[in-house]
Design a protein around this ligand. Structure first.
Ligand code: SAM
Ligand code: ZN
Length: 281
């Protein structure tokens, strides 16, 4: 649980920036909730965490998709023990630890190429695996995830010197007004969204709330990892990866007043992920 005065200070810092995730209306603050002045939705504040996540409902029409969906993935880490399992894997497995080290280096390189932020939104923050790599580049770090379990895990394990606040939020319906946070960092969510239009919606929504830049990872269709997977697909029948291309990201950026400034691979052989830095014009 967060110290009450820190929570109040954190909320006071960002209340002006928030908007209803359903209709973008402004909030009035009650003791233990935020109430939308436009649509009347009430969002509780539980243990200092504003619960602003709007979950997508599963489609009702006949649906043949076999892998995880946007909706099922939003449910995966709602409980603290499920979140703990995910985060411990990253701490214990050697390949995942190496991957995290490489991600720290990429975050350092890309974030230090931008002016220091006053507010940085990390969405999804997961259990806070990468938060300390971002904290030094901002005065205020907003940690958000759709899953309460991840938010709780992050609160317990990723405290940094920089002022922080936690909330639940969906990256597809971000509870902020347009262009009010300096930067948004979105690591390892895009490749969990199974429809191309959801992946585009994600990039557009991140660009909407960012004043200066967006840093997002995506699984590259043209990566060696994906080429091998596609070639072997008839044999092992694993579902195709949910991918994007550099050109697709570049096109979305251009249509939304931004440019793709860098898109380094996490690893050319061991991973299909790229980090893309989109800078607003
Ligand atoms: C693979 S984890 C990555 C977490 C963190 N960025 C990291 O790299 O350690 C993906 C996270 O996305 C969260 N998530 C799933 N759907 C989401 C959505 N629509 N909006 C925000 N977070 C979401 C999950 O709860 C999970 O914590
Ligand atoms: Zn509303």
């Amino acid at each position: 649980m967060q110290d009450n005065s820190a929570v109040e200070l954190g909320l006071a810092n960002i209340q002006e920036l928030l908007a209803c995730p359903k209709c973008r209306g402004i909030f009035e603050r009650n003791v233990d909730s935020l109430v939308c002045q436009a649509c009347g939705s009430v969002f509780p504040i539980l243990d200092g965490v504003p619960m602003l996540a709007v979950l997508d409902e599963a489609e009702t029409k006949p649906f043949t998709h076999k892998g995880p969906t946007r909706e099922s993935y939003q449910q995966e880490y709602q409980q603290l023990d499920a979140a703990a399992g995910y985060n411990l894997k990253y701490k214990q497995r050697i390949l995942k630890r190496w991957s995290t080290q490489r991600e720290f280096r990429l975050l350092y390189r890309l974030l230090s190429s931008q002016p220091r932020s006053r507010t940085l939104l990390e969405l999804p923050c997961g259990g806070g695996r990468l938060s300390s790599a971002m904290a030094k580049f901002t005065d205020f770090l907003i940690e958000a995830d759709v899953a309460m379990g991840q938010v709780q895990y992050s609160q317990q394990h990723s405290r940094v010197e920089t002022a922080q606040i936690w909330m639940t939020a969906s990256a597809l319906h971000i509870p902020f007004r347009d262009a009010v946070v300096d930067g948004v960092v979105c690591i390892r969510l895009c490749h969990h969204l199974h429809k191309p239009e959801e992946r585009e919606q994600l990039v557009v929504e991140l660009l909407r709330v960012a004043r200066r830049f967006v840093l997002i990872t995506f699984f590259d269709y043209h990566s060696l990892k994906n080429i091998i997977r596609r070639v072997r697909q008839p044999l092992h029948r694993k579902r195709p990866k949910y991918t994007m291309t550099v050109d697709e990201i570049d096109n979305i950026a251009r249509r939304h007043n931004a440019r793709l400034e860098a898109y380094p691979q996490l690893s050319w052989i061991g991973s299909g992920h790229r980090y893309a830095l989109l800078v607003k014009s």
